[in-house]
Design a protein around this ligand. Sequence first.
Ligand code: CU
Length: 454
Amino acid sequence: MPWPALAAAPRVLQATPTRIAAAGQSALPVWAYEAQVPGPVLRYRRGDVLDLELHNALPDPTTIHWHGIRLPNAMDGVPGLTQDAVAPGGRFRYRFALPDAGTYWYHPHWGTPEQLERGLAGALIVEDDEPPPVDRDLVWLLDDWRLDAQGRIAENFYNFHDVAHAGRMGQLLTVNGQVQPAQALRTGERVRLRLVNAANARIFALTLDGLKAWLIARDGMPADAAVPWEGELLLGPGMRADFIVDAAAPGRYLLKDADPRGERVLAALEVSGASGSGAARPAPQPAPYAPLPEPDLEKALVHDLVLGGGAMNREGWPQESLAEREARRLRLQAGAREAAPAWTINGQAHLQHSREHAAHAAEFRVPRGRSVRLRIDNRTAWWHPMHLHGHHFRVLSRNGTPLPERPWRDTVLMGPRDRVEIAFVADNPGWWLLHCHVLEHHAGGLGTLFEVQG
Ligand SMILES: [Cu+2]
C-alpha cells in the first residue's frame, strides 16, 4: 500500500512593495500580489480546493479576504476575528473548497482602505460546470486612483472628509491598472466580460454602446435568464457583473462610466476583421443554476439594522467617550492609521477593526441552519454597498416594493434613505461581518458582526 499522499505544496502569493507601470505612470510605487497590479487571476473549477500560502513582504500586517466565497470561517481573512493578522515576514496558508462557480475577488482585510488603494486586489474565477460557450473570457478589474502632484499614490488615507462623505475617490480610472486599455477582438467573436469593482468607494455607472450585450450573472450568481444590457449598470465597490458581448461588426466600442461630472472612457473593444455570416447569434443562456439553500421566510429570525451617521445628517456624529478618544489618540501616536467615528449601525460605530474585531459584541446570534431576514434602513444621505461575509442572500424588497426575481447577491447597493430586506440561511458557523464596502465608511464605523452558532 502506498503512503497517503502528502498535500501538494500550496501556490505562493507574495504581497510585496514594488514599482510597476500602472495608472499612467511608468514606475508607480505600489503594494502588489506577485508584483502585479491587479494580482494574478486565480482560476479554478467548481469543487476544486484553493490551496495558497500568503507570504507577507509588506511593512504592515495583512490578510486575504475571499469576497463572495462561502468558505469556512477560519479562512475568511478577518483579522482579530477569524485569524491573527499576518505580520511582516509572516505566512498564512488558505485552503478551502470552492462550492460555487462565478466571478469573485480577493483583497486584504487589514488596513483595507490603504492596502487596496496601494494595489492589493485580484480576481478569483470559479469556472461553471457547463459555462456558456464563448470564444474569449475577459476579466476586468475596475479601479480609480488618487495620485498626488508627483504622480504617486496620495497618502491621505482615512482623512476625515473622505470617511464622512462618499469615501476616497481617485481622479484616474483604470481597467486592470491601465488607463483606457484597448482589447482587440475579431469580428464575430462572442466574449464573456467579467467586471469587478475593486475601487475603494466609486460606484460605476457603466454603459457599452454599439454592441449587443447581455447580463448573465451578478456577484457570481447566474441570473435566471440573460438580460439585455441597456442603459447604465450601477456597480458598487465589491460588486461583480458578468456579461456576454457579441463583437458582431468591426468598430471601436467604448466602456464608459457616467460620472456626474461627465462621461469617462474606461476601456475600448476594438473589433476588426471581415464580417462573418452576418447572422446574429441567439441570446446566451446563463450557466445552469447551482441552488443555494432557500431561506424559510415564515420561520426566519427577523432583525433590523439602522444605518446612521455621515455628513449632512441631522442626528450628527457618533459619540466617542473621553476614554475611547484618549485610547484612539494613543493608538494614532503609536503609528496606527485609522478613522475617527463617523458612521453607526444601530447606534454603534464599529471601529478598530484592523485589530480588535472580536472586542465588539455580536449584533445578533442565530443557531446554524436557521433563516435570517434582515431589514436594513439607510437613514444617511449617502450610498452604501452592504456586504455580507460567508453567505449569499436573496434581496426580497426595496423600499417596501417586493422584487419578484429575489436576486442572489453578496453585496446590496443602497441609495440614500433606501430600505432593503434581505434573507439567507445562516448555515455557515462562525463569526461573520456585515459592512459597507465603501472602505472608508467601514473604517469610520459602518459595520457589524453576527454569530452563527455551530
Ligand atoms: Cu457606505
